[in-house]
Design a binder for this molecule. Sequence first.
Ligand SMILES: Nc1ncnc2c1ncn2[C@@H]1O[C@H](COP(=O)(O)OP(=O)(O)O)[C@@H](O)[C@H]1O
Ligand SMILES: [Mg+2]
Length: 239
Amino acid sequence: MLRLETLSCGYGDMRAVHGLDLELVEGGTTALLGANGAGKSSTIMSVAGHVQVHEGKVLYRGEDITRATPMARVKKGIAVVPEGRRLFSSLTVRENLVVGGYSLPKPKSDAGIDRVMTLFPRLKERLDQRAGSLSGGEQQMLSIGRALMSEPALLMVDELSLGLMPKMIDACYQAVAELKRGGLTILLVEQSTHRALEVADQVCVLESGRSVWKGSAHEARNDTEIIDALLGLQAGPKA
Ligand SMILES: Nc1ncnc2c1ncn2[C@@H]1O[C@H](COP(=O)(O)OP(=O)(O)O)[C@@H](O)[C@H]1O
Ligand SMILES: [Mg+2]
């Protein structure tokens, strides 16, 4: 479904990702793990078209989209839930969702909002509340909901659990599991390895912009010491 071929991307002369190869199969869930600054966000933002690709290719369903505009990628079915959520805080929940599906005719937009309400019932009673007044977890739900409004085939979520209360993390992961059951292809960026491994099929660990471990989530679960060491977590901070 998505193939990154020796992808290098970054900001001006600065390279955030070096020669990354990654393949996502249709309907699969892939966890992209790594410590802070490893290049996770840069990777997904280059797939979304927001970060400059220096070398290599982004192939989506066999088509080279390396130079496609962000909007063209949304139309092809690629959606991103950005780190920090980036909602329109002075707009209501409903308005944020409408913006997410702005190109849809009204009936489709309404149906999309209904689907988001089914996935996140908490948002239903808050539809006319301003996004800025929601809790962090509710904002994350709304950010996922907004991304779903464009009816994506590939959903990329950056730092799903970061800064959220455990109960909200559970709710967000339940939603991801449900989307996965529905056949959506998912790329999950996480610093919380253990949560990501519960839902992922495939795992890629980045370190300093390079892929340092790839395998199935099953292998990763049986090899958590290695993963943790790679992430510099349980192994303690690196000097
Ligand atoms: N807007 C930016 N301008 C310049 N450098 C950036 C920018 N965003 C990220 N970087 C750098 O790119 C590298 C990878 O960052 P990032 O992709 O955000 O990592 P992660 O998401 O894994 O924490 C880091 O060295 C970071 O400082
Ligand atoms: Mg990041």
